[in-house]
Design a protein around this ligand. Structure first.
Ligand SMILES: *Cc1c(COP(=O)(O)O)cnc(C)c1O
Length: 497
């Protein structure tokens, strides 16, 4: 059976997953979804005996069936190879009475690697299938983590290039170095004078600029996005839910068929939605616990059924979760509304026009069957980092700590195992983690914080972070917002010369 994807806002114009992956967002602004997800269920016994690679092939084959088995095999091998520091790729380790799903063992030390090592490969294959010789330039504005993960994923992938804009002076020392030291003949990085929103707004404008598109097309180039709304980013994340389940079975913690809860530090709702997809295709997922920081718009939504983005924006120590509009939630609404595109479109119109919407009682009660929620402010996050270190000897980053705090606040159901997703290495956020442990960070730069964190905990920074100390800075451009278009077109000309 063919699995077709169409917009959350209209079921017309269904396309194969390869097209959905190349396009990113549906033409009407909706997100690509498929009605056939769940028609084929995973065989749990197989999942539980599979290693990570085999589970990745199984999940991708199930959700992206227009890719051939050979194509998927090659993509999986390339995406989950020696750039990871463990063969397990995403190991699940004990965390007191719960479990920690470690998603940060990839090349940029954040969970986005799981998807962004895979997406370029899926795009590359899709380009070949389409038979179009178009070069694809990925264009991204980043507040820190996504930019580096995209650079690393797309670096030297044939037929693609990647251009990243970051707000100059507004990312951490380490985050900037991660980006400006990026190797590869198809990458471009530029700081912009302004904040993240300026960069983001201008990137969106460039995407919509028909003149830019026309000029690039004469040079056989199209722009695309590596944003987390891309199906090709969502699907690879389903794998680690299945694989974590398999690891618990093999550890003797559960029997095949037992339900497991997952607690997920959430921003754009991509990660936790992948858990819902895992459930749809047959994984025994109990509760999906949506953990937020002080930007707790999702906590309110899951509690009341009203999504209201008209609220103050808080800058927190878990910056990758500082989001007021969680884009991927639109996909969940589609499934909870039983595929009622008109209803989803009306909610999204309300969100755009009034800044809020309220879902029906039916949708809210379905939502609450699977989803639970909670939030932790910066103080709770810090004290959780400290207690997790002191009580369990486990060092966690600020985002993971939000989830752990939320999990700790919930009573554990008898006999139910719970998995806390860990989305970044603590060394990516050395200064905040160090402060949480009670150390004084005054006057310390990123590397000094890293050294001090190693010293007081006896743990080690990932080499790809500590090695930045001696890496060459290759990308020194900084520009104004009105120069970004030129930078992009120059990058296309250079990369696809
Ligand atoms: C992106 C990110 C998140 C949030 O993930 P979503 O898929 O956007 O919900 C959480 N933690 C870290 C470290 C991240 O980089």
């Amino acid at each position: 059976m063919e699995t077709l994807y169409h917009s959350t806002r209209s079921a017309q114009q269904a396309v194969p997953s390869k097209t959905a992956i190349l396009t990113g967002i549906a033409p009407d602004g909706g997100l690509y979804v498929s009605d056939q997800i769940g028609a084929v269920k995973l065989d749990l016994a197989t999942v539980c005996s599979n290693d990570y690679h085999a589970n990745a092939r199984l999940v991708l084959g199930t959700l992206l069936p227009d890719y051939t088995a050979d194509e998927i095999r090659t993509c999986v091998q390339g995406a989950y190879g020696s750039q990871w520091d463990t063969n397990a790729i995403t190991p699940t380790t004990p965390l007191g009475n719960d479990w920690l799903l470690e998603l940060y063992h990839g090349p940029t030390s954040a969970f986005k690697d799981v998807a962004l090592q895979m997406l370029p490969r899926l795009m590359s294959v899709a380009r070949h299938t389409a038979g179009e010789g178009h070069n694809v330039m990925i264009l991204t504005a980043t507040s820190g983590d996504t930019g580096k993960a995209a650079l690393d994923g797309f670096s030297d992938v044939e037929g693609t290039g990647v251009t990243v804009f970051y707000p100059d002076g507004k990312v951490s020392d380490i985050q900037r170095l991660q980006m400006v030291t990026q190797r590869g003949s198809n990458v471009a990085v530029c700081g912009i004078r302004g904040n993240f929103d300026d960069a983001q707004t201008e990137v969106k404008r460039i995407f919509a600029d028909k003149d830019v598109a026309a000029r690039l097309l004469t040079k056989n180039t199209v722009l695309s996005s590596a944003n987390s709304i891309n199906v090709g980013r969502l699907v690879p994340q389903v794998t680690y839910y299945c694989d974590a389940y398999a690891q618990l079975v093999r550890a003797g913690a559960i029997s095949v068929g037992d339900a497991v809860d997952f607690c997920v530090p959430t921003g754009n709702f991509g990660d936790v939605l992948a858990g819902y997809y895992a459930k749809l295709i047959g994984l025994p997922v109990g509760k999906l616990i949506v953990a937020s920081n002080a930007n707790n718009v999702l906590t309110d939504f899951i509690t009341t059924g009203t999504y209201d983005r008209r609220r103050p924006f808080h800058k927190t120590i878990s910056p990758s979760m500082d989001i007021l509009v969680s884009s991927n939630l639109e996909r969940l609404l589609y499934y909870l509304a039983d595929g009622d595109c008109e209803l989803v479109a009306s909610y999204m119109a309300n969100l755009a026009e009034q800044g809020s919407y309220t879902v029906s009682e039916t949708i809210l009660s379905k939502l609450n069957k699977t989803f639970a929620c909670g939030f932790a402010d910066d103080d709770a996050t810090r004290s959780t980092i400290q207690s997790t270190w002191e009580d369990l000897g486990i060092l966690i980053d600020t985002h993971t700590a939000v989830a752990k705090a939320v999990l700790d606040a919930r009573p554990q159901e008898e006999g139910r195992q719970r998995i806390c997703l860990s989305t970044a290495s603590p060394y990516k956020f050395s200064a905040d983690v160090l402060e949480a442990l009670g150390a004084n960070t005054d006057g310390l730069d990123g590397f000094a914080c890293m050294d001090e964190l190693e010293r007081i905990t006896g743990t080690h920074a990932p080499v790809q972070l500590s090695g930045l100390r001696s890496a060459v800075e290759r990308h020194t451009s900084v520009c104004d917002r009105d120069q970004m278009t030129t930078f992009v077109e120059d990058a296309c000309a250079r990369v696809f010369a």
